[in-house]
Design a protein around this ligand. Structure first.
Ligand code: 2AM
Ligand code: CA
Ligand code: CA
Ligand code: CA
Length: 254
């Protein structure tokens, strides 16, 4: 059953990826959400409507959590819950025209089960989970090396780095170098392929959901900085890292 759903979701996300590339060349409207740093486009909204409609056909009894308001009001995570980010890295979509993703995840009874991150402009789909393994298109990924903080690259979201939240600058200074991608999804692809070794960030459910599935299946640590359990119905201030880098960072910043 999981394999069948998986095939349908891969087809869906690829289709939405193609439509997104076409829409980027045409006219789309940009609106401010909460500030000039927080934008949404008609492409985000249309993608979400298409994805959610197809999810309701593929998995009719599931609940859907999604960013732009076309999902359900979800108060408990029991059963099948799909978590959807129709364009992750909207600022990159608008300004860079690359380095953005389309993301979906399936949680069953709260358990991370399937994750999908499509790097739209590179045409790379990261997909899988604990039962299926983790794949980049049709190539199964090996597990990242377990590097310590000092031997790897650290990724910190720009707001956290600039404001030194949770002493993130202390961790950043200890690493080999720092990377900032502007898309949680792209950041997750760098972790699961072993390019970066750690990521400190504060994420909404749709920013975190697929990356968490894939990162955990790759043997990476995904945990809240405050050591509380992750709550997929709200925001989480998290660390995603190799086991060694996670230990190094927790010792440095707590
Ligand atoms: P988004 O593009 O889907 O909104 C960097 O901005 C990363 O943080 C992106 O993955 C972005 O996802 C996410 N993010 C979450 N909340 C945000 C906010 N209020 N403003 C800007 N980006 C936000
Ligand atoms: Ca957004
Ligand atoms: Ca997002
Ligand atoms: Ca988004």
């Amino acid at each position: 059953m999981l394999a069948e759903i998986d095939q349908q979701i891969q087809t869906l996300i690829r289709e939405v990826g193609e439509r997104t590339k076409a829409a980027m060349q045409a006219d789309f409207t940009i609106d401010e959400k909460t500030s000039p740093h927080d934008l949404v486009t008609t492409v985000d909204k249309q993608n979400e409507q298409i994805i959610n409609q197809r999810l309701r056909e593929i998995d009719p009894t599931a609940q859907i959590i999604s960013e732009e308001g076309f999902g359900d009001q979800v108060h408990d995570i029991h059963g099948h819950v799909w978590i959807v980010d129709p364009v992750d890295g909207t600022m990159n979509f608008i300004m860079e025209r690359e380095n953005f993703a389309i993301m979906l995840a399936l949680y069953i009874d709260g358990q991370p089960t399937l994750g999908y991150i499509l790097d739209v402009m590179k045409g790379l789909l990261y997909h899988g989970g604990p039962a299926l393994g983790v794949w980049e298109n049709d190539h199964q990924l090996s597990r990242p090396l377990n590097r310590g903080l000092r031997d790897g690259l650290i990724d910190v979201s720009s707001r956290i780095l600039m404001n030194d939240l949770h002493h993130a600058q202390t961790a950043a200074k200890a690493a080999r170098s720092i990377r900032v991608f502007g898309s949680a999804g792209i950041s997750m692809t760098q972790l699961i392929t072993g390019r970066t070794g750690a990521y400190i960030t504060n994420l909404k459910p749709w920013d975190l959901a697929p990356g968490r599935v894939l990162a955990e299946a790759q043997g990476l640590v995904v945990k809240r900085i405050d050591e509380q359990p992750i709550d997929m119905l709200s925001s989480n201030f998290v660390l995603v890292a190799t086991p060694k880098a996670a230990k190094d960072i927790m010792e440095l910043i707590n």
